[in-house]
Design a protein around this ligand. Structure first.
Ligand SMILES: Nc1ncnc2c1ncn2[C@@H]1O[C@H](COP(=O)(O)OP(=O)(O)OP(=O)(O)O)[C@@H](O)[C@H]1O
Length: 452
């Protein structure tokens, strides 16, 4: 070590020490300062000439440098309170021939907030990098484990996904909006031999018709006004050896359907403005909630494309047809939402679960997730109650035929209306007036339902 330093002049060492990011101090075995850098002196508001030669305890608040110079035991990342700030200090003994001859200390982060900032900055960067690495590598975000639901229909679909994943067969996933079509597409890719290769999604409904071709097949430099320098790869080229997920394929314009079919049949793509063909090896998973059969009759969807992509049909049932899953899904979304909102809500009131079971869920799981998420923000208690549900869910037909007598339904409705009215207007006289009933009738009903 010393032989190495011989090549470095004293002037250079001084420049390094004076410009180091850390604040530095060196003491001898008695705790007398023999070196301290100028930045540290400025912070401590001491003159360097006076500091050098003084005992370290007279210059630096709460220091333990003299203790380390005596004990020979290093102290790393210790919190030290100096001039109104907690700082992070390292104290290292200096040993020569096994004997402690002093110690040197450094303050790395001048206050804990600087350290916290740097630490959270690093953590933040790491999590971003991780998600980019995942996206760049495969683009896959979900696996079968993320698909919640143990109803017979869902278990059957999960088994089917496992069976068909290893092959290269095209799959057409059908189901209403929000049923989890994309989740299954990711999972099938993740279970396939192509899982290490890209998973590329194209939303056929979201891309304007005139851009869809270049989006799918790419373009050459100068192919059209506004084309990027160097051209651009298409989704097919990006998905080479992997999976291309054609979401909302029922919304693809007819002329594009013809071009897509040609690529699928020939395994070759031609970028816009190019005369060169490129081979592509891509597995297709398509999804739609459109009635393709009816669209074929109306000549809005090509039947040859339909038969090419619909090799294995995969139909996800709407939420109202898998009621067995609703409670599990609701708990899952509640946990997810409480985690992100920081609220401590543990459960749902029974009447809320009853509404969940009888509601028709036109928006399926996406709607269930959104309703629960909004409810967690509207709830102050420890359970999600009726009040936090959107009105449209409470006013619909929530009673299955035959489950209750008309009298029971009317009474439940009356009780719920009275409870809500009193919450909005605690003055019973005014509440009675707004409901169009007399004060005595109001009291009679409140008494009947135990609301007094
Ligand atoms: N079985 C499930 N378990 C957990 N979350 C689910 C499940 N199914 C769907 N979701 C969630 O519901 C939302 C909608 O799912 P997804 O986007 O896969 O539906 P989709 O059928 O592709 O909808 P769209 O047709 O509108 O594109 C997502 O937030 C997804 O995470």
């Amino acid at each position: 070590m010393s032989s190495l330093l011989k090549k470095v002049s004293v002037d250079m060492i001084e420049i390094i020490l004076e410009n180091a990011f850390e604040w530095l101090v060196v003491v001898d075995d008695k705790g007398i300062i023999i070196y301290i850098n100028d930045n540290y002196c400025r912070f401590l508001e001491v003159e360097r000439d006076k500091a050098i030669g003084s005992h370290v305890t007279n210059v630096i608040e709460n220091t333990r440098m003299h203790i380390v110079a005596e004990s020979g035991k290093e102290e790393v990342a210790d919190l030290q309170y100096i001039k109104g700030n907690y700082m992070i200090a390292n104290r290292i003994p200096i040993l020569v021939d096994g004997k402690v001859i002093g110690a040197f200390g450094s303050v790395i982060f001048r206050d804990t907030s600087e350290w916290m900032q740097m630490s959270s900055h690093v953590k933040n960067m790491m999590s971003k990098i991780q998600s980019y690495i995942q996206d760049i590598n495969t683009g896959v975000k979900y696996s079968l484990n993320d698909i919640i639901g143990e109803s017979p229909g869902m278990n059957e679909l999960k088994d089917k996904a496992q069976m068909i994943a290893p092959s290269d067969i095209s799959i057409l996933i059908r189901g209403e909006s929000g049923t989890g079509k994309e989740l299954f597409a990711h999972s099938i890719h993740q279970l396939s031999e192509r899982s290490g290769q890209p998973f590329i999604k194209v939303n056929c409904a979201a891309i304007p018709e005139q851009l869809l071709e270049s989006e799918l097949f790419g373009y050459e430099e100068g192919a059209f006004t506004g084309a990027k320098k160097g051209g651009k790869k298409g989704k097919f080229q990006l998905a080479h050896k992997g999976t291309l997920f054609l979401d909302e394929i029922g919304d693809m314009p007819l002329n594009m359907q013809a071009k897509l079919l040609r690529v699928l049949q020939e395994g070759e793509v031609e970028a816009v403005g190019s005369t060169r063909v490129q081979n592509v090896d891509v597995r297709i998973i398509a999804a739609t909630n459109r009635p393709l059969e009816k669209m074929m009759e109306e000549k809005r969807f090509r039947s040859d494309l339909y038969y090419r992509i619909n090799v294995i049909p995969f139909q996800i049932p709407p939420l109202r047809e898998r009621k067995d899953d609703i409670e599990t899904l609701a708990s899952f979304f509640l946990e997810k939402s409480t985690k992100s909102s920081g609220k401590r809500i543990k459960d749902f009131d029974q009447e809320v679960l009853r509404i969940f079971l009888s509601y028709s869920w036109p928006g399926n799981l996406r709607e269930l997730e959104n309703v629960i998420h909004a409810s967690t923000y509207l709830t102050n208690g420890s359970t999600i109650s009726l009040q936090s549900l959107p009105t449209y869910m409470k006013t619909g037909n929530i009673y299955g035929v035959g489950s209750k007598t008309l009298k029971e339904i009317l009474e439940e409705t009356e009780k719920s209306v009275l409870t809500q009215s009193l919450q909005a207007q605690p003055d019973k006289r005014k509440a009675a007036k707004s409901l169009g009933i007399s004060k005595s009738s109001m009291y009679e009903k409140l008494n009947k339902y135990g609301l007094l």
